[in-house]
Design a protein around this ligand. Structure first.
Ligand code: ADP
Length: 469
């Protein structure tokens, strides 16, 4: 009988999505479902259309106690594309405009909201026999501690860090509200510079830890990328591995040949009111936050715009970036800015573009560059994190290799980005080479085939007790 896995994530495509976690929570369970009996658990945020997905109640509401307070929780469920989804509903967790907070700041009761999510997952583990619970990011990291604390639960825990920059750090008073013993408030456990750090619960108590690319797994052990947890992660490095995220083919509509690009480009330019199908089209798609290199981009954009090209930007995020970008587009008629989250437009842009700008300061894995490859769009990337593992320098292009190629720059400075863009324009001018690389990239395999096997190996080693804290 196949082993039973509970995969927990605070966002899952297509129900909710703010970033790559949602894509992974959609696609990794699908890649593993033939070998494991895998279920996914996530909050039933109010934005999820219950009827559209046939989401129904799984039973009467029940009460969970955290600290001195009782909370009413209801479980819902549905089956979607062959996967069983369980949804946790509680007003405090789900009745919000955003998932985690406004663009300015996280909701102030996030510790309680996701504490309750974690308690509910743990209650489920107590009631049903799951072999492994696969926890993702800080929002469900407490489960590792709660399971460790509960002698009745034999489920093994795997904790995946999708982005170390978001750790779930709260005032120490939340421990009492969550009903977690003060004895956990130590450096070896949850304490982090006088605060409580949820991610530390995952790192400390999970039987095994992964992050989303081999390079990021090394980087987070250094002070440059460790976000203050590098020393702590070093203590737990024996159970840390980096497994590259994959891309689910059903999330993209791959081209078989770069000739398909021209109609997409013509149509997008028309839609955005841009002119010049023969000019290179650069796009940026992503969150407007410092991580994505938006400062670099803003500094460099006027110079890029002065080249004979078109630029389209799509994203949502921090107000300061909207403001600066909005000012900029007034001065440059060849830049378009769409300040929203728009899946359809994102895919039209990947499909139409010649180059994807990805000047990230750090990038745990990054999916955008893989989506770009599928559409024959050449990524321009800063050599960091998952971008190191997925994008090779086009100067080393070898048509026989199975690697994807792009324009790679080594230092996150406006000058380096500008030089990379200049190189891209030159590459674009060499039609033969450009098309050859673009077609080559389209054939590369960025699916979950390889990575899901690595997860399967890890699951199996957990089950035979090879990786124990
Ligand atoms: P992160 O999780 O750090 O935001 P990833 O590269 O892992 O970055 O994943 C980003 C995902 O979100 C990709 O699928 C990308 O296409 C999508 N995305 C980002 N911003 C937008 C947007 N404004 N509209 C539509 N899709 C977006």
């Amino acid at each position: 009988m196949s082993k039973k896995i509970l995969f927990a994530a605070s966002e899952v495509y297509p129900f909710t999505k703010t970033g790559g976690l949602a894509d992974v929570a959609y696609s990794l369970p699908r890649a593993l479902k033939d070998n494991y009996d895998i279920e996914v658990i996530t909050p039933l945020y109010r934005s999820i259309p219950r009827e559209e997905y046939g989401i129904v109640s799984l039973g009467d509401p029940f009460t969970l106690t955290m600290g001195d307070d009782d909370y009413t929780v209801e479980m819902y469920g549905c089956t979607y594309e062959g996967i069983t989804y369980r949804f946790v509903y509680s007003p405090i967790l789900c009745e919000r405009e955003f998932l985690y907070g406004t663009p300015q700041e996280g909701y102030e009761d996030n510790a309680l909201r996701f504490g309750l999510f974690s308690y509910t997952i743990t209650a489920l583990l107590r009631g049903e026999n799951y072999d492994i619970v696969h926890l993702n990011d800080w929002q469900c990291a407490l489960v590792a501690l709660l399971v460790h604390d509960d002698l009745e639960i034999t489920t093994k825990t795997l904790y995946t860090i999708h982005n170390l920059a978001y750790q779930g750090v709260f005032e120490p008073t939340v421990l009492k509200e969550l009903g977690i013993s003060e004895s956990y408030f130590t450096h070896e456990s949850l304490e982090f510079y006088g605060k409580v750090n949820f991610m530390k619960a995952g790192i400390t108590y999970a039987n095994s830890i992964t992050t989303v690319s081999p390079t990021y797994a090394k980087e987070i052990l250094t002070s440059e990328f460790g976000c203050g947890l590098e020393g702590f992660l070093q203590c737990h490095r024996h159970k840390l591995t980096g497994i590259l995220n994959g891309l689910d083919a059903s999330l993209v509509a791959p081209y078989s040949n770069s000739k398909a690009k021209k109609p997409s480009k013509t149509s997008l330019l028309k839609q955005l009111g841009l002119k010049g199908v023969t000019k290179p089209l650069f796009v940026f798609i992503g969150r407007f936050v410092s991580q994505k290199g938006v400062d670099l981009l803003i500094e460099t954009l006027p110079k890029i715009a002065a080249m004979n090209c078109n630029i389209a930007l799509l994203g949502e995020g921090e107000e300061q970036y909207y403001e600066k970008l909005s000012e900029m587009i007034k001065l440059h008629p060849n830049i378009r800015l769409t300040p929203s989250y728009d899946e359809t437009l994102a895919h039209q842009m990947y499909a139409a573009a010649d180059f994807l700008l990805m000047p990230s300061l750090f990038e745990p894995c990054g999916l955008n560059q893989m989506i770009a490859f599928v559409y024959g769009t050449i990524p321009i990337v800063h050599r960091v994190g998952g971008l190191v593992d997925t994008v090779k320098r086009f100067e080393t292009y070898d048509s026989e290799s199975s690697d994807g190629y792009g324009v790679v720059f080594f230092t996150p400075t406006p000058r380096s980005l500008l030089l990379a863009v200049r190189k891209s324009v030159e590459l674009y001018g060499d039609k033969k080479l450009f098309e050859s690389i673009s077609n080559h990239n389209m054939q590369c395999d960025f699916s979950w085939d390889q990575s899901s096997k690595l997860y399967a190996t890890l699951y199996d080693s957990l089950l035979i007790g090879e990786t124990i804290v």
